[in-house]
Design a protein around this ligand. Structure first.
Ligand code: FMN
Length: 224
């Protein structure tokens, strides 16, 4: 059985991958004491065929607490919204008029991190275990990873305010499906979620006035 301590140790192992110079905490948030995490390069080729992955794609809500190895975390985030055309820094998921308004926050046992696709690394955002707060269902606090999708209206200035959530939801949906397909092809469990206390979570994350949470996605190994 994997214990909470094993989970923490696994995450510390991830954090120990590469220590980069620290970064100032997000405005208004306390220093995290965490170091940026350089993710290993994704393999050039991974996963099952697209046809097989589509057959396996599903929502799963029973998770084991086992942490995700660094390579899995790396490939998951790259699949979600990584840079797939380095010459132009373009991404694995499309966005309205190339707005790239979505940021991915990764809530894990030791803290919440912000994915930096250009450097393919995780930047510390908040210390402590926020997983349970990312959802209303108990599995959110058990699974090793909850992705929180945050959109920034500053990047959607051409969209009328009442339309911004629609555009952001569409853009986030593509990312969510990338995650579903990666999980399917690697035998991981995941579920895309709307259910959460968005306002409370936004406050805890210290989001700015133009930032809003669209969805979350819980990822982990399926419970045996
Ligand atoms: C926009 C959206 C919001 C969702 N919100 C939740 C949610 O809050 N909680 C949850 O357990 N599942 C949620 N789901 C997952 C759906 O319930 C799931 O996709 C649906 O039951 C079909 O199951 P499948 O994904 O296995 O095909 C959501 C899916 C979408 C697309």
């Amino acid at each position: 059985m994997t214990t909470r301590r094993d989970t923490s140790l696994g995450l510390l192992a991830v954090a120990g991958l590469a220590m980069l110079p620290g970064r100032a905490p997000a405005q208004g948030l306390p220093p995290t004491g965490l170091q940026p995490m350089q993710l290993p390069a994704p393999r050039d080729d991974f996963g099952m065929s697209l046809a097989q992955a589509l057959k396996m794609r599903r929502s799963t809500r029973d998770f084991a607490p086992r942490p995700l190895p660094p390579l899995v975390l790396s490939e998951l985030l790259w699949s979600a919204y990584g840079v797939n055309r380095p010459a132009t820094a373009d991404r694995t998921a499309p966005s309205w008029r190339h707005a790239r308004e979505t940021e991915i926050f990764a809530a894990m046992a030791d803290g919440t991190w912000r994915y930096d696709p250009n450097a393919h690394r995780l930047l510390p955002h908040l210390a402590g275990d926020l997983r349970a707060q990312t959802g209303v269902q108990s599995y959110a606090g058990i699974a090793p990873l909850n992705l929180i999708y945050v959109s920034n209206a500053d990047h959607l200035s051409g969209v009328p305010p009442q339309e911004q959530h629609r555009v952001a939801a569409a853009d986030t949906g593509f990312i969510g499906q990338n995650v579903y397909l990666y999980c399917a092809s690697e035998g991981l469990a995941c579920v895309f979620r709307e259910s959460m206390d968005q306002q409370r979570l936004a406050r805890t994350l210290g989001l700015g006035e133009t930032q809003f949470i669209t969805f979350a996605q819980t990822v982990g190994y399926p419970k045996a």
